[in-house]
Unconditional design. Structure first.
Length: 101
């Protein structure tokens, strides 16, 4: 429902943009870039391999401009769903983003 804007109310926080950019030149080895302005901490990557076993890669801290190559050799690229989880230093919250190859 619409309501009038109260100038006394604090402005809502600015949305946090996902910092990841994926380069898919090689489907079995997509490159993940932290295109954000801040480092991200305790980065983990989750995916299933062809045997439907959960694979977890621990990347730790990823700095702005840093790239990491993801190896999907034991996965079917047509079925692979990759989830990236990380923490922001600014707010300490955990974020999750999923993509397909």
């Amino acid at each position: 429902m619409l309501h009038p804007i109260d100038p006394a109310e604090p402005t809502p926080p600015i949305a946090y943009g996902v910092p990841w950019v994926i380069t898919r030149r090689d489907r079995a080895h997509p490159v993940v870039l932290n295109a954000g302005r801040e480092p991200v901490d305790f980065v983990r990557v989750f995916r299933d391999d062809v045997d439907h076993q959960q694979v977890v890669d621990l990347w730790g801290q990823v700095l702005p401009g840093e790239t990491v190559e993801l190896c999907l050799c034991s996965s079917d690229p047509d079925e692979a769903v990759v989830s990236i989880a990380w923490f922001r230093q600014l707010d300490g919250l955990e974020y999750l983003w999923r993509f397909v190859v």
